[in-house]
Design a protein. Structure first.
Ligand code: NAD
Ligand code: GLY
Length: 370
């Protein structure tokens, strides 16, 4: 069964289709968006090896020509150098603004290809075909595209909405367990930030989702996408409510930058740990009942995700270094720290101007060096 979730953005509205076998039917879904039946597919080497021939074969069988542009896997691909190479390839292929780029992969490929599409000839359409759970429930929806800078992650980018998202659940069959858990951290995030009933369902159904049981996985993806679509439709440019999607991210980005991207800590793992820390910090500040924070942390830990600093490869962090990273966060304003905190399970809020000394005290309580 295919579920369709609409992202309502006026003339830039689009559908997210969720189901099995969507890659095999790609020509049917992408064809109507094309003037001339020609596309460029951006994918990384791993996705190319596992699923590239299946997508290219399906498109060509449906009369859509597909040129493959293959990049190296990993966060380092979200770089100026790779962006330049990708735009160069799109120019060599003589794509024009009526053609489409297909971003076939995880969040790395989606962010890079989406940003290239945003700036290529001042903007070309693109379709997201996410192949990781994280990309299906989060990064392929909502139009945030970016590359990283030496100063930090996702600092150079644009809002550019896809024309369509095809979330084919069969892609997840080949996803390593660790990557599945990373995506599950984002699924938990939706329950924690805005849907207590979904969170409660995940407390029971989490093992089935992580065991890739079809019904549980489909429900987890569909509910996550529904929540993201609703929030993005209300606040596309993150002027307000969309910031709630950053639950856990102030801690996560600081930890990723400190550990080194792609090293010991993956983005989804950092988000899971960040959500646990955001709930504990909320309880520390007296904003959230301690038992809610304990349940949030338990749900993260039960998924096999790190929920404490001590579990990271080198669990020793300097509070000062983490505070320095947090001050560079995109949400920081004039050096004042911003966090997404929680009042209870399923109710997050944005807290601006959070006192640095309170954060320091919390981090030291979490095991960071003073
Ligand atoms: P990723 O794209 O690096 O993919 C993770 C790994 O899984 C890669 O090695 C990839 O080759 C492999 N892979 C992908 N699909 C596979 C499949 N079907 N089978 C087997 N292996 C597969 O990482 P990710 O976790 O998908 O995305 C993380 C990125 O997303 C980060 O750069 C993050 O900043 C970004 N992100 C963006 C947004 C947004 O709104 N734009 C939101 C969240 C995260
Ligand atoms: N992943 C956060 C957002 O899309 O806003």
């Amino acid at each position: 069964m295919t579920v369709a979730v609409r992202v309502g953005l006026g003339p830039r509205s689009y559908e997210v289709l969720i189901g099995r076998g969507l890659v095999d039917a790609a020509a049917e879904h992408v064809g109507p968006l094309l003037k001339r039946r020609r596309t460029a597919i951006v994918m990384d080497e791993t996705v190319d090896a596992l699923h590239g021939p299946r997508l290219i074969g399906a498109l060509e069988a449906g009369g859509v020509a597909a040129e493959a542009i293959v990049v190296a896997p990993g966060e380092q691909t979200k770089s100026f150098a790779e962006l330049e190479r990708l735009c160069g390839r799109l120019l060599d292929l003589e794509l024009d603004r009526s053609d489409l780029v297909l971003a076939f992969g995880g969040g790395v490929v989606g962010d890079l290809a989406g940003f290239a599409a945003a700036i290529f000839k001042r903007g070309i359409g693109f379709v997201q075909i996410p192949t990781t759970l994280l990309a299906q429930v989060d990064s392929s929806v909502g139009g945030k595209t970016a590359i990283d800078a030496p100063q930090g992650k996702n600092l150079i980018g644009a809002f550019h909405q896809p024309r369509l998202v095809l979330a084919d659940l069969s892609m997840l069959d080949t996803l390593p367990d660790r990557e599945l858990r990373c995506g599950y951290a984002e699924v938990l995030k939706y329950g924690l930030l805005g849907d207590p009933a979904f969170f409660e369902w995940l407390e029971g159904a989490g093992p089935a989702v992580l065991a890739r049981e079809e019904g549980a996985l489909a429900r987890a993806v569909a509910r996550s996408v529904e929540m993201k679509a609703e929030i993005v439709a209300e606040d596309e440019r993150e002027a307000g409510r969309r910031a709630l999607l950053n639950l856990g991210h102030t801690f996560a980005h600081a930890l990723e930058a400190q550990v080194g991207f792609d090293e010991g800590l993956k983005h989804g793992e950092a988000v899971g740990l960040g959500c646990a820390m955001a709930f504990r910090f909320s309880a520390f500040l007296g904003q959230c009942p301690a038992q809610d924070a304990a349940r949030a942390c338990q749900a993260v830990a039960a998924a096999g995700l790190p929920s404490t600093l001590a579990e990271l490869a080198d669990g020793t962090f300097s509070a000062e270094a983490l505070l320095g990273r947090m001050a560079q966060d995109k949400k920081a304003e004039g050096g004042a720290l911003t966090f997404v905190l929680a009042r209870r399970l399923g109710e997050a809020f944005v807290a601006k101007g959070v006192d640095r000394e309170a954060v320091r005290g919390f981090l030291i309580g979490e095991g960071a060096r003073g």
